[in-house]
Design a protein around this ligand. Sequence first.
Ligand code: CTP
Length: 404
Amino acid sequence: MNELNGKHIVLGLTGGIACYKAAELCRALVKEGATVQVVMSAAAEHFITPVTMQALSGRPVYGSQWDAREANNMAHINLGREADAILIAPASADFMARLLHGRADDLLSLMCLARPMDRVPLLLAPAMNREMWAHPATQRNVAQLRSDGCTVLDVGSGDQACGETGDGRMLEAHEILDDLIAYFSPKTLLGQQVLVTAGPTYEAIDPVRGVTNLSSGKMGFAIARAAHEAGAQVTLIAGPVGLPTPRGVARHDVRSARDMLDATLALAASATLFIATAAVADWRPARSAEHKIKKDGSGQAPQLHFIENPDILATVAALPRALSGALFCVGFAAESQDLLANAQAKRARKKVPLLVGNIGPATFGQDDNALLLVDAHGASELSRASKRVLARQLIADIARRLPA
Ligand code: CTP
């Protein structure tokens, strides 16, 4: 998916060892469909060459405000005017301090100062030693830059090139890419607290065996990501799946349906939107053996007795917050046939305003899906697409249904 199709990004590099990550970032931006114009400070050129950045971006790199290639000799104006965003990665402590004071003594700072603030956002990915990052001067500068309208991204934590360990590493290229994509997403869920359940649950038979299902969690994770991109605070309650946590999303891992219910009820108290995508196991063994159940030599399989699990969605939809309209609940329906009729019946049974039907066997584990949205007025389809695309469409649809 070319998530940055049609976007023109000016990628600024300032001095820091994290310049090596800027090469990967440049490549990732181009791969997502963006055109990338690299501008480098003199210090950045000590860490990586313009030749490398030119090869990766496919465009000559700019470094000087006196660059005669520009017909009007105003690279600082021309470069910024064309951009959909200026992204400085790495942004050094010194560069941020200079930006803060409106200094304009090299091309990069000059271009940032001359950018039309109302239409060209400036994003900074800081990179520095942990003491420099923690210093009150840097923290003051970050706060001031934010209030001046810059978007200062987080820093990573871990081993630093200097041998120390702590906060201040530049985010990885894929993290900066995700943040940039999120930045461009319409903020349709601003101010919403979103709770998403995802994946299967696992109901233990004994310490080594259990009952589960084929849900991969991909749809729920994509929805959590799309909700975060739309500006919501998102918590994801995930059954046992091996998927990476979407950036900016808080995650609680659970195993059984009852664990999922407990986690959901604790968080539902402050949520404004609940999206139940989890394929919760309907039944669990009546008792889970403390030790592995052994064959007894009789040739007889053990008799397992099942009891029904609590219905998380129906429980949440019956909370006073949901009944009063403070919490909007969306259910999913995994069916194997008669999607419309089953989804309508399920919506009525669970008492939710919106239920999203899909054919379970056709979608579990896949990267694409097709959805049928069922509400009190009828049904509409989101035709087959990647779960990423569908998640965004669904979030946009849900946002229109929320009380103003
Ligand atoms: N769900 C839930 N708790 C359960 C079972 C289901 O929260 N114990 C939620 C799912 O997350 C989904 C919706 O209810 O949003 C429907 O789930 P689905 O498995 O399709 O249906 P069931 O309720 O299990 O009904 P059936 O087995 O009859 O299809």
